[in-house]
Ligand binder design. Structure first.
Ligand code: URA
Length: 203
C-alpha cells in the first residue's frame, strides 16, 4: 500500500529539485503549496510572485493577503482550513503569466498533489488554473461563480486576487462584489458537504 506521507514528501523533494523548464534558472525557491493537507478544499493559483519565490510559500504577498481577507471575512473560511497551491511551482520572471510549456511541464506535480489530497472542491483562481484544470479556452469572466465537474471533483472558478487588486471597486456587479458573492456560495457548498460527510460517517 502507498504510504501517503512518504509519497507527499517524495513529491515535495521532486518539485524542489525540478529542472523541467527554464524557470528553474531564475527561481530562488520552488513553491510547493501550504495549508491543511486533510482539507476537502484545495485552492489553486497561477504561479509564485516575488514574495512567494523569496519565502517558498504560496500567496504571502499582496494578492495573498487579499485572498486571505476574502476567504476569512467574506466567506468565514479560515485560510488555515484549506490547502493552497499553484499550477506552476516556480516564479516566472517579472511576474509574467506562465506559458503553455511551463504549465504543461509542471502539470504532473499538480495532478499528483490532487491525487494525494483527494479534495471534494477545487477553487481555481483566474484564467491559468481554470483553463488548465477544465481544459478550456473560455475566459474566467464567463466561468467564475459556476460549478464544474472534473474527475468527480467540484471545480469552482473565481477571479484571481491580483485582478481584484487592479479592480478595487466594490460597486454592485464589480469583480470584487462578484467575488464576495462567490466566496459565500463556496462556503455554502463546503457546509453542505460537511453535513453529508457527517451523516455518511454516522450510517
Ligand atoms: N499569485 C498566484 O497565483 N500565486 C501565488 O502564490 C501568489 C500570487
Amino acid at each position: 500500500m502507498i504510504d501517503i506521507n512518504t509519497a507527499w514528501d517524495e513529491l515535495k523533494e521532486r518539485v524542489a529539485a525540478c529542472k523541467k523548464c527554464g524557470l528553474c534558472e531564475t527561481r530562488n525557491n520552488t513553491v510547493f503549496g501550504d495549508g491543511n493537507i486533510n482539507s476537502r478544499v484545495v485552492i489553486i493559483g497561477e504561479a509564485p510572485g516575488e514574495e512567494e519565490d523569496a519565502t517558498g510559500l504560496p500567496f504571502v504577498g499582496k494578492a495573498g493577503q487579499l485572498l486571505t481577507a476574502i476567504l476569512e471575512k467574506g466567506g468565514s473560511i479560515p485560510r488555515k482550513s484549506v490547502y493552497i497551491a499553484n499550477v506552476v511551482k516556480c516564479r516566472p520572471p517579472d511576474n509574467r503569466n506562465p506559458n503553455l510549456q511551463e504549465v504543461s511541464a509542471c502539470r504532473e506535480y499538480l495532478d499528483a498533489q490532487l491525487l494525494l489530497l483527494r479534495p471534494m472542491i477545487v477553487v481555481t483562481l483566474g484564467n491559468v488554473p481554470t483553463q488548465a484544470i477544465l481544459r478550456t479556452s473560455t475566459g474566467i469572466t464567463s466561468l467564475r461563480g459556476r460549478w464544474f465537474d472534473w474527475r468527480g471533483v467540484k471545480v469552482f472558478p473565481m477571479f484571481h486576487p491580483s485582478y481584484l487588486l487592479r479592480n478595487d471597486s466594490r460597486a454592485k456587479g464589480s469583480p470584487k462584489d462578484l467575488t464576495y458573492q462567490d466566496v459565500k456560495a463556496l462556503k455554502k457548498k463546503i457546509d453542505e458537504i460537511e453535513i453529508i460527510t457527517r451523516q455518511n460517517n454516522k450510517e
